[in-house]
Design a protein around this ligand. Structure first.
Ligand code: NAD
Length: 260
Protein backbone atom coordinates (compact mmCIF):
# COMPACT_ATOMS: atom_id res chain seq x y z
CA UNK A 1 0.00 0.00 0.00
CA UNK A 2 1.32 3.44 -0.95
CA UNK A 3 1.70 6.01 1.85
CA UNK A 4 -1.04 8.36 0.60
CA UNK A 5 -3.45 5.81 -0.89
CA UNK A 6 -6.94 7.26 -1.34
CA UNK A 7 -6.03 10.81 -0.24
CA UNK A 8 -6.91 13.83 -2.37
CA UNK A 9 -4.34 16.56 -2.96
CA UNK A 10 -4.40 19.98 -4.59
CA UNK A 11 -1.15 21.55 -5.82
CA UNK A 12 -0.73 25.16 -6.98
CA UNK A 13 1.77 25.98 -9.72
CA UNK A 14 1.64 22.31 -10.76
CA UNK A 15 2.04 22.98 -14.48
CA UNK A 16 5.83 22.71 -14.59
CA UNK A 17 9.02 22.46 -12.55
CA UNK A 18 8.88 21.38 -8.93
CA UNK A 19 5.07 21.61 -8.78
CA UNK A 20 4.70 19.18 -11.66
CA UNK A 21 7.16 16.76 -10.03
CA UNK A 22 5.24 16.97 -6.75
CA UNK A 23 1.94 16.24 -8.57
CA UNK A 24 3.50 13.18 -10.20
CA UNK A 25 4.83 11.92 -6.86
CA UNK A 26 1.51 12.47 -5.06
CA UNK A 27 -0.19 10.52 -7.82
CA UNK A 28 2.38 7.70 -7.55
CA UNK A 29 1.74 7.58 -3.80
CA UNK A 30 -1.96 6.88 -4.50
CA UNK A 31 -3.53 10.36 -4.37
CA UNK A 32 -6.34 11.79 -6.42
CA UNK A 33 -4.75 14.98 -7.66
CA UNK A 34 -5.92 18.43 -8.70
CA UNK A 35 -3.18 20.10 -10.71
CA UNK A 36 -3.67 23.87 -10.76
CA UNK A 37 -1.63 26.57 -12.46
CA UNK A 38 -1.86 30.10 -13.79
CA UNK A 39 -1.19 28.43 -17.16
CA UNK A 40 -4.33 26.35 -17.69
CA UNK A 41 -2.99 24.30 -20.64
CA UNK A 42 0.05 23.23 -18.61
CA UNK A 43 -2.11 22.20 -15.64
CA UNK A 44 -4.39 20.27 -17.96
CA UNK A 45 -1.55 18.55 -19.77
CA UNK A 46 0.05 17.37 -16.48
CA UNK A 47 -3.37 16.21 -15.22
CA UNK A 48 -4.09 14.41 -18.51
CA UNK A 49 -0.97 12.30 -17.98
CA UNK A 50 -2.05 11.16 -14.49
CA UNK A 51 -4.84 8.85 -13.28
CA UNK A 52 -7.63 10.22 -11.02
CA UNK A 53 -6.74 13.82 -11.79
CA UNK A 54 -8.20 17.21 -12.58
CA UNK A 55 -6.39 20.11 -14.29
CA UNK A 56 -7.59 23.62 -13.47
CA UNK A 57 -6.59 27.21 -14.02
CA UNK A 58 -5.90 28.91 -10.72
CA UNK A 59 -4.10 32.22 -10.37
CA UNK A 60 -3.22 32.30 -6.68
CA UNK A 61 -3.30 36.09 -6.63
CA UNK A 62 -7.07 35.80 -7.17
CA UNK A 63 -8.79 34.47 -4.04
CA UNK A 64 -12.00 33.62 -5.94
CA UNK A 65 -10.05 31.27 -8.26
CA UNK A 66 -8.55 29.51 -5.22
CA UNK A 67 -12.03 28.97 -3.75
CA UNK A 68 -13.23 27.64 -7.12
CA UNK A 69 -10.31 25.18 -7.29
CA UNK A 70 -11.03 23.86 -3.79
CA UNK A 71 -14.76 23.52 -4.54
CA UNK A 72 -14.12 21.79 -7.88
CA UNK A 73 -11.75 19.33 -6.16
CA UNK A 74 -14.30 18.42 -3.49
CA UNK A 75 -17.00 18.07 -6.13
CA UNK A 76 -14.83 15.80 -8.32
CA UNK A 77 -13.22 13.61 -5.63
CA UNK A 78 -15.63 14.01 -2.71
CA UNK A 79 -12.99 15.46 -0.41
CA UNK A 80 -9.67 17.27 -0.01
CA UNK A 81 -6.91 16.12 2.37
CA UNK A 82 -3.65 17.75 1.30
CA UNK A 83 -2.84 21.24 0.02
CA UNK A 84 0.59 21.91 -1.46
CA UNK A 85 1.03 25.69 -1.85
CA UNK A 86 3.84 25.61 -4.39
CA UNK A 87 3.18 28.43 -6.89
CA UNK A 88 5.98 30.98 -6.78
CA UNK A 89 7.98 33.41 -8.87
CA UNK A 90 11.39 35.02 -8.49
CA UNK A 91 12.37 38.48 -9.70
CA UNK A 92 15.75 39.59 -8.38
CA UNK A 93 17.71 42.82 -8.53
CA UNK A 94 19.54 45.43 -6.49
CA UNK A 95 17.30 47.75 -4.47
CA UNK A 96 18.40 50.79 -6.49
CA UNK A 97 17.36 49.09 -9.73
CA UNK A 98 14.36 47.04 -8.76
CA UNK A 99 10.97 48.42 -9.69
CA UNK A 100 8.56 48.55 -6.73
CA UNK A 101 5.85 46.97 -8.87
CA UNK A 102 8.08 43.93 -9.53
CA UNK A 103 8.82 43.70 -5.80
CA UNK A 104 5.11 43.82 -5.04
CA UNK A 105 4.35 41.18 -7.69
CA UNK A 106 6.69 38.68 -5.99
CA UNK A 107 5.01 39.30 -2.63
CA UNK A 108 1.57 38.99 -4.23
CA UNK A 109 2.26 35.61 -5.83
CA UNK A 110 4.45 34.02 -3.16
CA UNK A 111 2.99 35.37 0.09
CA UNK A 112 -0.51 36.65 -0.61
CA UNK A 113 -1.02 33.71 -3.02
CA UNK A 114 -0.13 31.22 -0.24
CA UNK A 115 -2.54 33.01 2.09
CA UNK A 116 -5.32 32.91 -0.52
CA UNK A 117 -5.11 29.19 -1.17
CA UNK A 118 -4.70 28.32 2.52
CA UNK A 119 -7.70 30.54 3.34
CA UNK A 120 -9.70 28.78 0.63
CA UNK A 121 -9.01 25.35 2.23
CA UNK A 122 -9.09 26.26 5.92
CA UNK A 123 -12.88 26.35 6.55
CA UNK A 124 -13.25 22.91 4.94
CA UNK A 125 -10.33 21.44 6.92
CA UNK A 126 -11.63 23.02 10.16
CA UNK A 127 -15.07 21.54 9.55
CA UNK A 128 -13.77 18.04 8.87
CA UNK A 129 -11.22 18.33 11.69
CA UNK A 130 -8.30 17.09 9.58
CA UNK A 131 -6.11 18.26 6.76
CA UNK A 132 -2.53 18.90 5.87
CA UNK A 133 -1.09 22.10 4.45
CA UNK A 134 2.42 22.13 3.00
CA UNK A 135 3.99 25.31 1.74
CA UNK A 136 6.92 25.15 -0.65
CA UNK A 137 9.21 27.77 0.80
CA UNK A 138 12.98 28.15 0.22
CA UNK A 139 16.31 28.40 1.96
CA UNK A 140 15.74 32.12 1.25
CA UNK A 141 12.95 31.95 3.85
CA UNK A 142 15.65 31.43 6.50
CA UNK A 143 18.51 33.67 5.39
CA UNK A 144 18.76 36.86 3.32
CA UNK A 145 19.52 36.42 -0.36
CA UNK A 146 21.94 38.72 -2.25
CA UNK A 147 20.11 41.25 -4.49
CA UNK A 148 17.01 39.13 -4.00
CA UNK A 149 15.06 41.07 -1.37
CA UNK A 150 11.56 40.57 -2.81
CA UNK A 151 11.89 36.79 -2.95
CA UNK A 152 13.52 36.48 0.50
CA UNK A 153 10.90 38.79 2.03
CA UNK A 154 8.08 36.75 0.52
CA UNK A 155 9.60 33.50 1.78
CA UNK A 156 10.39 34.83 5.30
CA UNK A 157 6.75 35.99 5.39
CA UNK A 158 5.66 32.54 4.26
CA UNK A 159 7.25 30.95 7.34
CA UNK A 160 5.39 33.45 9.56
CA UNK A 161 2.19 32.47 7.80
CA UNK A 162 2.89 28.74 8.27
CA UNK A 163 3.80 29.06 11.95
CA UNK A 164 0.77 31.25 12.69
CA UNK A 165 -1.70 28.99 10.89
CA UNK A 166 -0.14 25.95 12.60
CA UNK A 167 -1.06 27.55 15.95
CA UNK A 168 -4.53 28.51 14.75
CA UNK A 169 -5.41 25.18 13.15
CA UNK A 170 -3.77 22.69 15.56
CA UNK A 171 -6.94 22.46 17.72
CA UNK A 172 -8.78 21.23 14.61
CA UNK A 173 -6.26 18.50 13.79
CA UNK A 174 -4.90 20.43 10.80
CA UNK A 175 -1.12 20.45 10.41
CA UNK A 176 0.72 23.25 8.59
CA UNK A 177 4.38 22.96 7.59
CA UNK A 178 6.85 24.35 5.07
CA UNK A 179 9.63 22.77 3.05
CA UNK A 180 12.69 24.93 2.36
CA UNK A 181 14.50 23.51 -0.66
CA UNK A 182 18.00 24.55 -1.65
CA UNK A 183 18.80 25.51 -5.22
CA UNK A 184 17.13 23.23 -7.78
CA UNK A 185 19.91 23.97 -10.23
CA UNK A 186 18.58 21.63 -12.90
CA UNK A 187 15.05 23.09 -12.87
CA UNK A 188 13.56 25.21 -15.68
CA UNK A 189 13.38 28.17 -13.29
CA UNK A 190 17.18 28.00 -13.03
CA UNK A 191 18.02 27.11 -16.61
CA UNK A 192 15.32 28.01 -19.14
CA UNK A 193 14.90 31.37 -20.89
CA UNK A 194 16.76 34.66 -20.96
CA UNK A 195 15.57 35.68 -17.48
CA UNK A 196 16.25 32.28 -15.83
CA UNK A 197 17.79 32.37 -12.36
CA UNK A 198 21.32 31.50 -13.34
CA UNK A 199 21.31 34.41 -15.82
CA UNK A 200 19.79 36.78 -13.23
CA UNK A 201 22.34 35.72 -10.57
CA UNK A 202 25.26 35.92 -13.02
CA UNK A 203 24.23 39.48 -13.99
CA UNK A 204 23.79 40.47 -10.31
CA UNK A 205 27.32 39.23 -9.50
CA UNK A 206 29.10 40.23 -12.70
CA UNK A 207 30.10 36.56 -13.28
CA UNK A 208 29.67 34.09 -16.14
CA UNK A 209 26.99 31.42 -15.92
CA UNK A 210 29.66 28.73 -15.33
CA UNK A 211 31.28 30.76 -12.54
CA UNK A 212 27.88 31.35 -10.95
CA UNK A 213 26.96 27.65 -10.98
CA UNK A 214 30.37 26.75 -9.52
CA UNK A 215 29.98 29.38 -6.79
CA UNK A 216 26.57 28.02 -5.77
CA UNK A 217 27.74 24.38 -5.77
CA UNK A 218 30.79 25.24 -3.67
CA UNK A 219 28.49 26.47 -0.87
CA UNK A 220 26.63 23.15 -0.52
CA UNK A 221 28.24 20.76 2.01
CA UNK A 222 26.81 17.72 0.19
CA UNK A 223 28.29 19.04 -3.05
CA UNK A 224 25.29 18.67 -5.35
CA UNK A 225 22.16 20.47 -6.50
CA UNK A 226 18.83 19.90 -4.79
CA UNK A 227 16.62 17.62 -6.94
CA UNK A 228 12.87 17.20 -7.17
CA UNK A 229 12.92 13.83 -5.38
CA UNK A 230 14.72 15.36 -2.39
CA UNK A 231 11.77 17.72 -1.93
CA UNK A 232 9.09 15.16 -2.83
CA UNK A 233 10.39 12.70 -0.19
CA UNK A 234 9.90 15.29 2.55
CA UNK A 235 6.51 16.29 1.13
CA UNK A 236 5.31 12.67 1.34
CA UNK A 237 6.53 12.47 4.95
CA UNK A 238 4.73 15.71 5.85
CA UNK A 239 1.54 14.69 4.03
CA UNK A 240 1.41 11.26 5.68
CA UNK A 241 0.64 10.06 9.20
CA UNK A 242 4.38 9.47 9.68
CA UNK A 243 4.51 13.16 10.65
CA UNK A 244 1.31 13.22 12.75
CA UNK A 245 3.07 15.12 15.60
CA UNK A 246 4.83 17.62 13.31
CA UNK A 247 3.34 21.08 12.75
CA UNK A 248 4.63 24.64 12.38
CA UNK A 249 7.97 23.45 11.00
CA UNK A 250 9.99 24.74 8.07
CA UNK A 251 12.19 21.80 7.06
CA UNK A 252 15.42 22.51 5.20
CA UNK A 253 16.20 20.30 2.19
CA UNK A 254 19.49 21.95 1.33
CA UNK A 255 22.25 19.33 1.53
CA UNK A 256 23.48 21.01 4.72
CA UNK A 257 23.61 24.55 3.32
CA UNK A 258 21.06 25.90 5.79
CA UNK A 259 20.84 24.49 9.32
CA UNK A 260 18.54 26.89 11.19
P1 NAD B 1 8.71 27.32 -12.00
O1 NAD B 1 8.79 28.73 -12.49
O2 NAD B 1 9.36 26.26 -12.80
O3 NAD B 1 7.19 26.89 -11.82
C1 NAD B 1 6.29 27.73 -11.14
C2 NAD B 1 4.89 27.43 -11.63
O4 NAD B 1 4.03 28.35 -10.94
C3 NAD B 1 4.71 27.69 -13.14
O5 NAD B 1 4.02 26.62 -13.73
C4 NAD B 1 3.90 28.98 -13.20
O6 NAD B 1 3.00 29.04 -14.29
C5 NAD B 1 3.14 28.92 -11.87
N1 NAD B 1 2.71 30.25 -11.42
C6 NAD B 1 3.37 31.42 -11.52
N2 NAD B 1 2.61 32.42 -11.05
C7 NAD B 1 1.45 31.84 -10.63
C8 NAD B 1 0.26 32.34 -10.07
N3 NAD B 1 0.08 33.65 -9.85
N4 NAD B 1 -0.73 31.47 -9.75
C9 NAD B 1 -0.58 30.14 -9.99
N5 NAD B 1 0.50 29.60 -10.56
C10 NAD B 1 1.51 30.45 -10.87
O7 NAD B 1 9.27 27.35 -10.51
P2 NAD B 1 9.79 26.13 -9.59
O8 NAD B 1 11.26 26.11 -9.62
O9 NAD B 1 9.07 24.89 -9.92
O10 NAD B 1 9.35 26.66 -8.16
C11 NAD B 1 8.23 26.14 -7.48
C12 NAD B 1 8.31 26.57 -6.01
O11 NAD B 1 9.53 26.12 -5.46
C13 NAD B 1 8.28 28.09 -5.82
O12 NAD B 1 7.52 28.42 -4.68
C14 NAD B 1 9.73 28.42 -5.59
O13 NAD B 1 9.91 29.59 -4.84
C15 NAD B 1 10.19 27.20 -4.83
N6 NAD B 1 11.63 26.96 -4.87
C16 NAD B 1 12.26 26.79 -6.08
C17 NAD B 1 13.64 26.60 -6.08
C18 NAD B 1 14.43 26.43 -7.37
O14 NAD B 1 15.66 26.46 -7.32
N7 NAD B 1 13.78 26.22 -8.53
C19 NAD B 1 14.35 26.55 -4.87
C20 NAD B 1 13.66 26.72 -3.67
C21 NAD B 1 12.30 26.91 -3.69
Amino acid sequence: MELLEGKTALVTGGGRGLGEALCRRLSNEGCNITVTDLAHEKARSVADSLPRSLGLKCDVTDYAQCVEAVEATIERFGKLDILVANAGILLSGAISEMDALDWKKVIEVNLLGSFHVMKACAPYFIKKKSGCIIQINSKSGKKGSYKNSAYASSKFGGIGLVQSLALELAPYGVRVNAICPGNLMNSPLWREGENCLVNQYARNRGLTVEQTLAQYLAQIPMGRSCEYDDVANVMVFLASDLSSYVTGQAINVTGGYEMR
